[in-house]
Design a protein around this ligand. Structure first.
Ligand SMILES: [Zn+2]
Length: 317
């Protein structure tokens, strides 16, 4: 028997829970996801998370009580020091002491982390940022989150929500964002909002039926753009412009080694890459230009769980 330690990571999203079990080298030995929980059901219990971790450990042939630590990546607002989720409407959780409840259920040390920060740390350790010390991560999914690693350490900020890049204002008095402010990056460049904007634009042409338009999702508009549809291309061009503007603020503030773009929308990064880079460069100080690195994330769905697992590992030692 070897002395390797094993860790589990869980990523709690609005519509799914995903878990991994990994070794000291960050190799994912097993992973599982639970898609059954619906965003409005509110029945996502601590026991279900614990069951998913136990099942994942079993799949990796590791007794759950021999896990060294468990990291939980979750949407916020949350408090890392107290291990409490303050309020997540989609889960119907308010002041939920996730860390302590899960630690009691599993008998293993647990760490709770902001999902953007956890994913940033995962990409820093094992993904697009594994050769650098300073990384900014922007996660473009149904919403837009992010995280920051400086000198190899996560930077959480005063409220554990540093790196909320989705709410950088990219248009004064612009589109209304889910956060209540106007003109946030998220209001233009999240998967949900790209779809919404594209449907509005396509509806105005009068060339498509309402049913046809409502059947088109973000990926459908991406396919149209790749096929050279000028209207779809103009929509993605605008996404690239806005993303570049937000990245310029990130780069200007942090001067990181790399800006990593993850989440479902990042599948289309190659489509808008030149626009993103140009828009970023147009808005930053010249010295930051020369070797600016903007790259797609590499860990996909595992980034948050892996990052949380290794933050929990660090906390333990
Ligand atoms: Zn916002």
């Amino acid at each position: 028997l070897d002395n390797t330690s094993y860790y589990a990571g869980v990523d709690i999203g609005g519509t799914k829970i995903a878990s991994i079990v990994c070794n000291e080298q960050g190799q994912v030995l097993a992973h599982l996801r639970d898609d059954t929980h619906s965003p409005v059901s509110g029945d996502l219990s601590i026991k279900r998370i614990a069951d998913l971790i136990r099942a994942t450990a079993a799949r990796a042939n590791i007794p759950p009580d021999s896990l060294s630590a468990v990291g939980v990546s979750a949407p916020g607002p949350l408090n890392v020091a107290s291990g409490t989720i303050i309020h997540v409407p989609v889960l119907k959780w308010t002041n939920m002491p996730v860390r302590d409840l899960l630690a009691a259920e599993l008998g293993v040390p647990v760490l709770l982390e902001n999902d953007g920060t956890a994913a940033a740390y995962g990409e820093y350790l094992f993904g697009a940022g594994k050769d650098v010390n300073n990384l900014a991560f922007i996660c473009m999914g149904t919403g837009i989150g992010g995280g920051i690693v400086i000198n190899g350490t996560v930077y959480r900020g005063r409220h554990d929500h540093a790196g909320e890049f989705g709410h950088i204002c990219v248009e004064k008095n612009g589109r209304l964002c889910a956060c209540g402010n106007k003109g946030c990056l998220e209001a233009y460049a999240s998967g949900t909002n790209i779809t919404k904007i594209a449907r509005e634009v396509f509806a105005q042409t009068g060339l498509y039926t309402e049913d046809a338009i409502n059947a088109m999702d973000c990926m459908a508009f991406e396919k149209l753009a790749r096929a050279g549809d000028p209207l779809a291309l103009s929509i993605w061009n605008e996404v690239g412009q806005k993303l570049g503007l937000a990245i310029s603020i990130v780069v200007q503030s942090l001067d990181p080694d790399i800006v990593v773009i993850g989440g479902g929308v990042s599948r289309a990064l190659d489509l808008i890459y030149d626009t993103v880079v140009q828009s970023t460069k147009n808005n930053i100080f010249a010295i930051l230009h020369s070797d600016l690195k903007i790259a797609a994330a590499q860990l996909g769905d595992h980034a948050g769980a892996l990052g949380a697992a290794f933050l929990a590992r660090g906390e333990r030692t």
